[in-house]
Design a protein around this ligand. Sequence first.
Ligand code: ATP
Length: 295
Amino acid sequence: MIQTRGLTKTYGDVRAVDEVHLDVREGDVYGFLGANGSGKTTTVRMLLGLVMANAGEAELFGEPMPKSAASVLPRIGALVEGPGAYPHLSGRANLALFDAAAGARARRADQRSRITEVLEQVGLDPSDKRPTKTYSLGMKQRLGLAAALVRRPPLLVLDEPTNGLDPQGIRDIRELLLGLNRAGTTIFLSSHLLAEVEQMSTRVGVLDRGRLVLQEDMSAIRAVTGLVRVRTPDPDAAIALLDGRVQERGAGEVVVRADDIADLNVRLVTAGVRVTGLEPVRRTLEQVVLEATTP
Ligand code: ATP
């Protein structure tokens, strides 16, 4: 769905985006992570043809951008850097204008029902007549998301979609996006929130000072490490038994190297070591990102 090769953008001496190779596949929820200023927004803007790259290539749906923008952009729902809306018009009127501006692909006959549905999806009242200048930051963000969804695109490109939302709002949007993904929508979302990306993504890319330092499936990131956390009221007995395999010990627990958790359990219990829990140790996204990025 999105492929880039050597995508680069410089501003004077600053390499805002530095030879980035993105690979976003159909069906992915791709979490694009990076600290403030790492180049996420610049990358998103290049994907959408809003900023010209200095070097490299970008393809969306297998078509080159920005050359094929006229064919590519109608198939993308985008939310970039704060949604813009006409402040004196209602949310519904803004969406109708946005949809009309999208051109012939927008079928007017079903426009009313699409707008009603999308306003409900993002948690805005479809009968709300107030102008958007009275909207809270969270409501504006929801309206921006509604604009991205109104044409039911197969690909969403969202820059920090939960900006300005409270915890309930973040959860609502997360569930909405996951539901759309289950129904077949591919989602590329940038975020600086690790937890958000960890909860949603099937694939992760990490930018560090303009460079893509990690791109991996979440399943690989969260793969088991060959270590097992043993919770026990008898940690000394466990350590005595498993001596050479012990990696670390904590309060009421020992981390050991083991290939088979069931065998480990039998060994402990047979030796009289009481066990309250056994759990494979997995890397967290936070650990992986911290290892990949410079402090
Ligand atoms: P944030 O999370 O803070 O939005 P980001 O990861 O989206 O950050 P970018 O906004 O892409 O990062 O910025 C990357 C770098 O490029 C920064 O050093 C920024 O100062 C610089 N930059 C971005 N746009 C411009 C511009 N128009 N002119 C000059 N420098 C720019």
